[in-house]
Write a protein that binds this ligand. Structure first.
Ligand SMILES: *[C@@H]1O[C@H](CO)[C@@H](O)[C@H](O)[C@H]1NC(C)=O
Ligand SMILES: *[C@@H]1O[C@H](CO)[C@@H](O)[C@H](O)[C@H]1NC(C)=O
Ligand SMILES: *[C@@H]1O[C@H](CO)[C@@H](O)[C@H](O)[C@H]1NC(C)=O
Ligand SMILES: *[C@@H]1O[C@H](CO)[C@@H](O)[C@H](O)[C@H]1NC(C)=O
Length: 188
């Protein structure tokens, strides 16, 4: 018995639907990103002037984020820049200790811990689908510069503060300018 054309069409529609379910759009949940931003913003003082000298070493490539509201294709890049910045920062937080005490990094421990939990969730769960995006943006030189600065005892504290300042900029710009690139469902 040959399958009827109607059945074939129905089967085809079903498989398209399955594909749509199997390949959901890769959204980062806006509320979680906003929560991470707020914790990062509230966990310490503003960027100190004595650290400005390291701007020559640490300068986030602003052009990684589109300067006007992103279209669908550009949203992938926006999501990736947020994901990759959080991922690379997470690796640094894991690998290096923050300098403490006088002249160190005195961030609110509870807020920092809560930030790290959201950061981990965004990278390990929500953002997993972004790990294979081929982005034209290059953050590797930025992060190797940050690493060089935090490896030197004299400049470590400034390196961490510059990293926090730049992460804040990334999260804030992405959320404000590219609001539509995030998922805002009530489920999150
Ligand atoms: C999105 O915007 C970029 C830059 O403006 C443009 O090159 C690209 O064709 C646009 N893509 C879509 C799907 O509109
Ligand atoms: C990403 O780029 C690599 C080489 O640069 C290529 O082999 C791979 O197919 C690309 N992946 C996607 C999803 O475009
Ligand atoms: C990295 O540091 C060098 C100087 O050491 C500087 O010229 C370059 O602009 C820095 N790049 C980034 C992305 O911060
Ligand atoms: C900052 O960059 C200068 C060159 O621009 C370099 O000589 C210096 O070692 C860098 N400092 C750190 C802490 O990486």
């Amino acid at each position: 018995m040959t399958p009827s054309p109607v059945l074939l069409v129905v089967l085809q529609l079903c498989s398209l639907q399955l594909m749509a379910v199997a390949m959901p759009r890769c959204w980062l949940p806006g509320k979680v990103v906003q929560g991470a931003h707020n914790l990062l913003r509230d966990m310490g003082p503003r960027f100190p002037v004595q650290c400005l000298v390291y701007n020559a070493n640490i300068s986030f490539p602003d052009s990684a984020l589109p300067s006007s509201p992103a279209n669908r294709t550009q949203c992938r890049q926006v999501s990736w820049v947020v994901y990759e910045s959080l991922r690379e920062a997470g690796l640094l937080f894991e690998e290096y200790d923050l300098p403490v005490g006088e002249g160190g990094v005195n961030w609110d421990e509870q807020k920092f811990d809560n930030f790290l939990n959201l950061q981990d969730r965004l990278v390990e769960q929500d953002g997993r689908c972004l790990s294979r995006v081929n982005s034209s943006a290059d953050l590797s030189s930025y992060f190797s510069n940050v690493t060089a600065v935090i490896q030197q005892p004299d400049s470590a504290a400034c390196g961490w503060m510059a990293l926090r300042r730049d992460l804040l900029w990334v999260l804030k710009s992405a959320l404000q300018r590219h609001h539509n690139c995030f998922g805002w469902s009530h489920a999150h």
